[in-house]
Design a protein around this ligand. Sequence first.
Ligand code: HEM
Ligand code: FES
Length: 441
Amino acid sequence: MPEVKIPIITYTGINQQVEHDDPDATLLDCSISNQIPHIHECGGNGLCTTCRIRVMEGHHNLNPRTVKEQEIARARKWDPSIRLACQSYAKGDVSIQRLVWTSSEINKLQLETLPEGTAEERAIAILFCDIRGFTKMTSENSSFDVAHILNRFYTVLGDPILANNGIIYQYVGDEIIGLFGVSGGMRDKTSKDAVRAALGMQYAIERLNHLELEAFDVKIKLGIGINFGKAYIGHLGHPKHKQFAVVGDPVNTASRIQSYNKIAETSILISDSVLKGMPENTIEIGKKFSSQMAGHEHQTKLYELKGFKEMDIQLELQRSLDYLLRNEEDFANKFYTRVFEKSPEVRTLFKNNMTSQGKLLTHMLGGTVYSMSRPEHLTLGLKLLGESHARYGVLEAHYPIVLSCLLETIKEELGDYYSGQLIIAWEKALTMITTEMKKYA
Ligand code: HEM
Ligand code: FES
């Protein structure tokens, strides 16, 4: 009998090689079983494209593209080296590179569906955010400090845009522009995503002021304007250097709404079209204004946004995540210590290195908070996770134990930041996750 050679999968970038001995397992399964982080938002269903890889070598050792993959590849103009890991099976050695690493990259995938060379009209929400108090800071601090703080701004103000399925469109001077609903979607969700992002930015800057900027004697204020309307979106420019661009009156109006905050002495203003798009009676409105925007014949109604009327779980999770996972290893250690104290028998289910296991868990928690803005993918992702847990030998009875240990660890890690509301939000979200996963136990 000729010896059957087990295919070797090489992950470039991390330079890791693994044996792939199950011909029925996809390349995504191979990453998961070897604890190699591989984003797969739709749980391997060929819908989200986040598991995409570039095949560097051994292309001929893979199955041809599946029908689902062919459709996606055609629509997104992929060259033949790009494959979906969840649709690819290897019968010989292959060398691959994972292409999507971060939530910002996931959001940018929305741009692939836009036309080249022309622009298409789409209904979107546009958010302009202006950073105030910045000039004082630049004149009073060293350029090294300014660069450091600038990066912190871009991170903490960009995160709420990304966590809500938005795209960071541009940084112009002291302004950040976010777009929501670029690849379509319902108006109420798009408006709510933009509103949640604005509130998240407000929280983020309050925390930055309190925790990081006091030492520089700087206090930053934000001015945010949100508008909703039909704008032209596409890849435009020189044939050799096309750029994503969005143009149209709703964009200019969003910028003017943002500026109006100075006159109105407000922090967040939304237009009538945003308010109309919101599910009824969901947000708290403060002052109301009517203003004649340049180029408009009629008055535009503006509303001061104060917050959600009822607790919004996503906002609560988003605003605590980065604080909670500021030391991922510490979080994972505390969590697993609790689990093994409460239920020592589950220790034997964990075969792999606990440090990388901890990283996967926190990566998954972060990813879940982000993918809550794409619920159609979240449930599918949890199905795959539930199925893999059944294979690890996880039983239904283990889920409540893990749930309570996660909540206890979250409470401990939140420290001063603890609030009853935050815990309720985490409890609801984790109950949803474990209930979904438990179905497959
Ligand atoms: C909130 C619920 C949970 C989440 C988000 C979660 C997350 C994860 C992730 C991301 C992995 C990496 C591998 C994969 O993607 O399949 C994993 C592996 C694993 N999880 Fe969970 N998990 C949860 C609940 C549980 C429960 C209730 C148990 C039971 C004690 C458990 C035991 C395991 C084991 C044994 C592995 C494989 C470790 C190894 O191969 O060494 N998990 N989990
Ligand atoms: S397309 Fe492969 S995981 Fe979504």
